[in-house]
Design a protein around this ligand. Sequence first.
Ligand code: AP5
Length: 208
Amino acid sequence: MNLVLLGPPGAGKGTVAVRLAEDEGIPHISTGDIFRENIKEGTEIGQRVKQILDEGELVPDELTVELMKDRLAKPDAAKGYILDGFPRTIPQAESLEGFSRVDRVIRFVLNDEEVVRRLSGRRVHPDSGRVYHVEFNPPKVEGTDDETGEPLVTRSDDTVEGVKHRLEVYRDQTAPLVEFYEKRGTLVDIDAGASPDEVLENVKQVLR
Ligand code: AP5
């Protein structure tokens, strides 16, 4: 099953994808995580995209598509994958059709108010990518990662202004993908406002 998770920032795509990937034994591939990893490692790509991510803009299609083409060619993606954050523009979706097949697109539906609540309370463990929320999914000890005890941080693009801008970018450049995939008969909506367990169960139901 080649799966695409679509939806606004903070809708819970990553939270579900991590658990689904574990249950299904297929990789969770997040373009955001790949870019952040490159920034952390100080690679050439990381240097090119750092400011773009901080400003909540989209990385150019050409670079993003090239990265994903390479990633999907790796052996672990041969029996299926979960794409989280890609494609994000019509040109990216058209390019993807040239090198892979998408079986199902799941759109996470969530209102803006809830997006802001989720992103303003999000905390992450930078090394592992583990995601928490101060209210909805707090760590065992405030401000520290459950596994390592290391400090949690707020993502540099999770500022009030940053979130507002990412929502605008989503509406302008990513929302048109809904019609794109509706036409192909692969799109299914799920209510992302439920608890993480319920959202995961709804996604699994769609896949059955
Ligand atoms: P990316 O990393 O993809 O960020 P995003 O789309 O903004 O999505 P998020 O990771 O913020 O949200 P999510 O839906 O995964 O939510 P999460 O599970 O963390 O992209 C970052 C940047 O990279 C982009 O702005 C762009 O610059 C660049 N980029 C990436 N892909 C690109 C592409 N294809 N083309 C060009 N540029 C690209 O959950 C959020 C919070 O809510 C957490 O605190 C979590 O604990 C909590 N939560 C989750 N589910 C629930 C629930 N059901 N109930 C209550 N709380 C919940």
